[in-house]
Design a protein around this ligand. Sequence first.
Ligand SMILES: *Cc1c(COP(=O)(O)O)cnc(C)c1O
Length: 383
Amino acid sequence: MTKRIPFNFPYMTGKELYYIADAHFKGKLAGDGPYTKKCHLWLENQTCTQKALLTHSCTAALEMAAILANIQPGDEVIMPSFTFVSTANAFVLRGAVPVFVDIRPDTLNIDESKISAAITAKTRAIVAVHYAGVGCEMHPIMDIARSHGLLVIEDAAQGIMATYQGCPLGSIGHFGALSFHETKNIICGEGGALLVNDESYAERAEIIREKGTNRSQFFRGQTDKYTWCDIGSSFLPGELMAAFLWAQMEEAEIITQRRINIWNIYHENFIDLESKGLIVRPTVPRHTQHNAHMYYILVPTLEHRTSLIRRLSECGITAVFHYIPLHSSPAGLRYGRASGNLSNTICISDRLLRLPLFPELEPNQAESVVAVVDEHLRHFRSV
Ligand SMILES: *Cc1c(COP(=O)(O)O)cnc(C)c1O
């Protein structure tokens, strides 16, 4: 192996600094300037949502969703254990109890058939996390929520440009949270957005995002005073971040297509290893369109994974795993509870391996990653 292959390498379109210089020249540096407005419009068109609001992270967007959902101490919020900590933290910060439900063995998304059993009189919301940019079974989830009067929040941190039954991820539940973190598909370092899909929450969302004030309405001339109206925080990004993000949004289609090309190379080249029973490849249901956020494989055991990561590293290739299930983590044990035995979560979190995937990864580099995995797993001997 001549060239090292990192796990991720952030893609730049080349226009980021030009737009940042433009924002700098215009001297409009605080949030909600012209670039933020361009990003809002793009997101509203792209996701067909009522209102999109940039935030400084997906974590912040989830925290806003928890406030908008009026989550109170002691309320319960259903979510997968196989997710990033922010999914749970946003609700724990409001005093809620995360109730962890197992995932499906195919898409690794929350198992919708196990949600009803987790519902109690205290349940207020369901959080659907679209793992790897593959949509959760949103129609059944929305039906369950409707019949119990629950709100649905989509953690679509990994979901930009992906759809479920033709609907953009993040636009189906009451709220959707997107991430533009450096490791995601469309990036600005640290960034995110809240999609407010139910218009009745739009006004309050603006207020919560602007420190609990009606500043946005005031600047639109809809109110004659600018005052403290509600709880809130500073959830908006500065204009320079929005300028960076705008360059990425302009190329969102190209970025997604480049990722999909690499994803397809992995997927085709791993057919043989899967047919030998040595790995399981990702499942993308026919009614979903993914965005190639991630390429992962499931190997037979934790021992296989540990030795494969070491072997890849010897070849200059960085491959990583996640998540440590939340239900058994120190904070998860303190603040949450598990519904059922979570056997898929426990088993899969030991066996999942994420491979390098970024727009500038060369096809022959992806092929060489496959070759190392193939060789190692075919000759794997337990020690
Ligand atoms: C990345 C990620 C987040 C957090 O996004 P930030 O923008 O870094 O706050 C939340 N949930 C999931 C599922 C993620 O993948």
